[in-house]
Design a protein around this ligand. Structure first.
Ligand SMILES: Nc1nc2c(c(=O)[nH]1)N=C([C@H](O)[C@H](O)COP(=O)(O)OP(=O)(O)OP(=O)(O)O)CN2
Ligand SMILES: [Zn+2]
Length: 144
């Protein structure tokens, strides 16, 4: 799955950086209508994060590739996602579905990027949960 070509998103920026990484995590979807997904199970998630901007930092980076991976991998790898404070069993907007996990990855990364002087922006998160299922999250406007 690594090194595949991902769907592109239009943006006005000069630089576009893409980081691929994977993490293994457990989850369950806490609703009767989720069928077998109500039971705790695990996935190896494949992630592609797209970051864009016009200005490089003092190292010539838009943002350090390693920092992007670490923000997500250190938090979720070999963890139970339902136990993370970003998720909740009480509100479907915060169940750890593919959609919500993709949005959450965007939120964690964009909060970090907002503190960088060169102000890069995350324009797309591609999250593959299984060989046949993936979600793309693209922020509609600057919400963070
Ligand atoms: N819109 C969503 N639908 C489903 C989600 C989800 O997060 N968002 N999650 C699941 C399950 O948790 C599961 O992880 C994935 O389900 P599925 O693609 O059906 O998995 P299979 O390996 O069984 O797929 P096949 O292609 O049929 O082998 C379900 N739905
Ligand atoms: Zn699942």
């Amino acid at each position: 799955m690594m090194q595949q070509i991902y769907p592109v998103t239009e943006h006005p920026y000069a630089y576009e950086l893409n980081k691929d990484f994977q993490f293994a995590a457990a989850h369950y979807i806490p609703h009767a209508d989720a069928g077998k997904c109500q039971n705790m199970h695990g996935h190896t998630y494949f992630t592609n994060v797209t970051i864009a901007g016009d200005d490089l930092d003092h190292t010539g980076f838009l943002v350090n590739f390693k920092r992007i991976k670490d923000l997500i991998h250190k938090r979720f790898d070999h963890r139970m996602m339902n136990e993370d404070t970003k998720f909740s069993d009480q509100d479907a907007e915060y169940f750890p579905t593919t959609e919500v996990v993709a949005r959450t990855i965007y939120e964690i990364i964009q909060e970090y990027l907002n503190n960088l002087p060169n102000k890069p922006t995350c324009v797309q998160v591609y999250l593959r949960e299984t060989p046949t299922s993936y979600c793309i999250y693209r922020p509609k406007e600057k919400t963070l």
